[in-house]
Design a protein around this ligand. Structure first.
Ligand code: G1P
Length: 293
């Protein structure tokens, strides 16, 4: 019987330079999407997939992340006294629904290095990595499908989605062979943020991975790559020399919040999907388009 995946690692140590000045004194992962910090959606996704052990990799200036997932007795006391029970349940529920752990990345040396900080916590078990710049639709099954595929094959699984050719240079990109399952490909090469002309395909690595713990040996061997950082993609490329890696291809339900325009669009779309906000947002959009278009 293979070990069940029980742990999620969420790297949140990046400097968030694309969102300055908003991220000067607060982590980009705490920027709200409608009324929840972005990272809470990612944590909820892991919990929905059955994971209750969540390790967040933080860095300097990221203490509010730990506060957010901790209980807040003062606030709870106030909300109870003010009879604001929905708000009270909301904040207690997320703190109680998983065990949260934090590790610090002492220097921003890249995503590969951030994942390496989880080695002691993860031990010899398979684990999921969820990047907080990518949000999935609330009912997304991508992560749980990836976990099932890992459980059945014992292989590393990457989430993949087709992007426009001009967007591929923002992502890790893969060469692949098809399998008899339309959603599953066998990956033959991964390359971090290639120029469109050099990209081996239109399939981009989205921020969901299921790893086996031997990935740490490969991360330890890589040299700085794109942007002088230890790239997770380079460790996967090295891993491919010795092992098979599979891709789980999905088509929709993914939202990018790594840049300003997509962040704004995600806020509108998430609000439009909320019954309490939908009508009000439609009115705002109508008014704005009358005045600006
Ligand atoms: C990271 C990874 C990249 C992946 C992307 C998904 O890049 O390095 O391979 O495609 O996340 O969002 P980042 O967006 O952190 O620069």
């Amino acid at each position: 019987m293979r070990t069940l995946l029980t742990k999620a690692v969420i790297p949140a140590a990046g400097l968030g330079t694309r969102f300055l000045p908003a991220t000067k004194a607060q982590p980009k992962e705490m920027l709200p999407v409608v009324d929840k910090p972005a990272i809470q959606y990612v944590v909820e996704e892991a919990i929905t997939a059955g994971i209750q052990d969540v390790l967040i990799i933080t860095g300097r200036g990221k203490r509010s992340l730990a506060d957010h997932f901790d209980r807040s007795f003062e606030l709870e006391y106030y909300l109870k006294r003010a009879d604001k029970l929905d708000e009270l349940n909301g904040i207690v529920e997320i703190s109680e629904s998983a065990d949260f752990y934090f590790a610090r990345q002492p220097e921003p040396l890249g995503l590969g290095h951030a994942i390496l900080m989880s080695k002691a916590h993860v031990g010899n078990e398979p684990f999921a990595v969820l990047l907080a710049d990518d949000l999935m639709a609330p009912n997304s099954t991508v992560l749980s499908e990836m976990m099932i595929l890992n459980q059945n094959t014992n292989k590393i699984i990457l989430a993949l989605k087709e992007v426009k050719p001009e967007e591929i240079s923002m992502y890790g990109c893969v060469s692949y062979k098809e399998t008899e399952n339309a959603n599953v490909v066998k990956i033959t090469e991964v390359v971090e943020k290639p120029e469109p002309e050099a990209a081996p395909s239109k399939l981009a690595i989205m921020g969901r991975y299921v790893f086996s713990s031997d990935i740490f040996d490969y991360i330890s061997q890589i040299a700085p790559g794109k942007n002088g950082e230890l790239q997770l993609t380079d460790a996967i490329q090295l891993y491919l020399q010795d092992h098979e890696v599979l891709g789980y291809v999905f088509t929709d339900g993914r939202y990018d919040i790594g840049n300003k325009l997509d962040y704004l669009k995600t806020n509108f779309e998430f609000a439009l999907n909320r019954p309490d906000l939908k009508e009000g947002v439609i009115e705002i959009l109508k008014d704005l388009s009358r005045r600006y278009l």
